[in-house]
Design a protein around this ligand. Structure first.
Ligand code: NAD
Ligand code: WQD
Length: 339
C-alpha cells in the first residue's frame, strides 16, 4: 500500500484527511512543527482509526530534517497542508507568511526531486479567484487579485508548482482549492482548535455557544445578497478530507497539473449559519450586527462539477451536519486539545 506524507498533517484539515486515508488503507506519515496544532491530535487519529501513525516533529522549512525523513521512508505522495493561514495576521506579518508558506513548498519540492517522489497535492484556496472573478468560480478562470498576503502566498505557490510540473514531465500536481471548511469528525474526537480569538466564523460561533466568547459580531448586513450578509460555500471537513483520498487515487495515474474546486456549490449566508446552528443544537448564539470586515467579498462559492466529473467526488453532508458536528466537538472539548 502507498505511503502518504502529510506535511502539516496535525492541523485541522490534515488530521481529518489522515483519518480518511487510513480508513481507505493508505499508510500515513505526519510531519508538523505544531506551530498551530498539538501532538495530542496524533493520539486522537489513532483512537478513531485503530491504526498507528508515524509522526515527526519537524519544521518543513528545515531541509536537512525533511531530507532525512525522505531518506528514512519510502514516500509515494505528499500532501502539503503546512502553512500559516490567518488572513489578518498575514497583513501584519507579511514576511513571516511569505517565508513560511513559500519556503515549505520549495523545501518539499527539492526533497521530492532528490528522492524521486513525483506526486504532490497542494492545499490551495478559493481565495486565489481574487476580487475580479464572478461566482460561481470555475477552475479555468485566471487567478485574480488577492486582498492580503496570505492569499498571495497561495497564488505564488500555485505558480511555483505549475512551473515545477512544466520542467519535470513526470511530476503530477493536484491543486485543491478549498472553499470554507467547517464541522468536525462525527466522533467528536478531532476538530478545529484555533489559538486565541478565532478569525473564522464557525469556530467563533462554537466558542460563543460554549461560553468562551460573549457574543458574535456579524460583519456587515448591507451586502448585495438575499439577506444582506455575506454568502460562502461551507463544506464539511470530512467531505473535504474524502476529496483528498480521491485526489490521491487520481494523482498516481496522472502527469502535469490538475486543479479542483472542493466545495458544495451552494452558498449560505452568515445569518443562515447562525440560525441553523441554533436550531440544530437547540442553543442560542448571542449576536450583534457590526461593520463590514475589510477585504471581505459579498459572495464566494464553487462550481463543483469538475471534481464530480473527473474524481467522482461530491459532498454528502448537509449544513445541519456541519453545525451538529461542530458543536459535538466543541462541547466535548471546550478548550480544544488542551485540558
Ligand atoms: P491548520 O493551521 O490547522 O493546519 C496547518 C498545519 O501546518 C498546522 O498543524 C501547523 O502546525 C502546520 N505548519 C505550519 N507551518 C509549518 C511548518 N513550517 N512546518 C511544519 N508544520 C507547519 O490549518 P488548516 O485549516 O488545516 O489548513 C491546512 C491548509 O489548508 C493550509 O495550507 C491552509 O492555508 C489551507 N486552507 C485552509 C482553509 C481553511 O479555511 N481552513 C481554506 C483554504 C485553504
Ligand atoms: C466567513 C463569513 C465574514 C467571523 C477565510 C479566508 C479564506 C479561506 C477560508 C484559507 C464572512 C463572517 C466571520 C465573525 C462574521 N482560508 N464573519 N463574524 O473570510 O470567507 O474565508 O477562511 O484559505 O482564504 O479568507 O471565512 O470564516 O472568516 O468568514 O460575520 O466573527 O463570516 O464576514 O462573511 P472567509 P470566515
Amino acid at each position: 500500500m502507498s505511503t502518504i506524507l502529510l506535511a502539516g498533517g496535525a492541523g485541522y484539515i490534515g488530521s481529518h484527511t489522515a483519518v480518511e486515508l487510513l480508513e481507505s488503507g493508505y499508510d500515513v506519515i505526519i510531519a508538523d512543527n505544531y506551530s498551530n496544532s498539538c501532538p495530542e491530535v496524533i493520539n486522537r487519529v489513532e483512537e478513531i482509526t485503530g491504526k498507528s501513525v508515524k509522526a515527526y516533529e519537524v519544521d518543513i522549512k528545515d531541509k536537512e530534517k525533511v531530507d532525512a525523513l525522505f531518506s528514512e521512508n519510502k514516500i509515494d505522495a505528499v500532501i502539503h497542508f503546512a502553512g500559516l493561514k490567518a488572513v489578518g495576521e498575514s497583513v501584519a506579518m507579511p514576511v513571516a507568511y511569505y517565508r513560511n508558506n513559500i519556503d515549505t513548498t520549495l523545501t518539499l519540492l527539492e526533497c521530492m526531486e532528490k528522492h524521486g517522489v513525483k506526486n504532490i497535492i497542494f492545499s490551495s484556496s478559493a481565495t486565489v479567484y481574487g476580487e475580479e472573478n464572478p461566482v460561481p468560480y470555475t477552475e479555468e478562470m485566471k487567478r485574480g487579485t488577492c486582498t492580503n498576503p496570505y492569499g498571495w502566498t497561495k497564488v505564488m505557490m500555485e505558480q511555483i508548482l505549475e512551473d515545477a510540473a512544466k520542467a519535470d514531465k513526470d511530476l503530477s500536481v493536484v491543486l485543491l482549492r478549498y472553499f470554507n471548511p467547517i464541522g468536525a469528525h462525527v466522533s467528536g474526537k478531532i476538530g478545529e482548535d484555533p489559538q486565541g480569538i478565532p478569525n473564522n466564523l464557525m469556530p467563533y460561533v462554537a466558542q460563543v455557544a460554549v461560553g468562551r466568547r460573549e457574543k458574535l459580531t456579524i460583519f456587515g448586513r448591507d451586502y448585495d445578497t438575499p439577506d444582506g450578509t455575506c454568502r460562502r460555500d461551507y463544506i464539511h471537513v470530512t467531505d473535504l478530507a474524502k476529496g483528498h483520498v480521491k485526489a490521491i487515487d487520481y494523482v498516481f495515474g496522472a502527469k502535469g497539473v490538475e486543479i479542483f474546486n472542493l466545495g458544495t456549490g451552494t452558498p449560505y449566508s452568515v445569518t443562515e449559519i447562525v440560525e441553523t446552528f441554533e436550531n440544530v443544537n437547540n442553543i442560542k448564539i448571542n449576536h450583534v450586527y457590526g461593520e463590514r470586515r475589510p477585504g471581505d467579498l459579498a459572495e464566494s462559492y464553487a462550481n463543483a462539477d469538475k471534481a464530480l466529473k473527473v474524481l467522482g467526488w461530491k459532498t454528502e453532508k448537509t449544513l445541519a451536519d456541519m453545525c451538529r458536528d461542530t458543536w459535538n466537538w466543541q462541547k466535548n472539548n471546550p478548550n480544544g486539545y488542551r485540558k
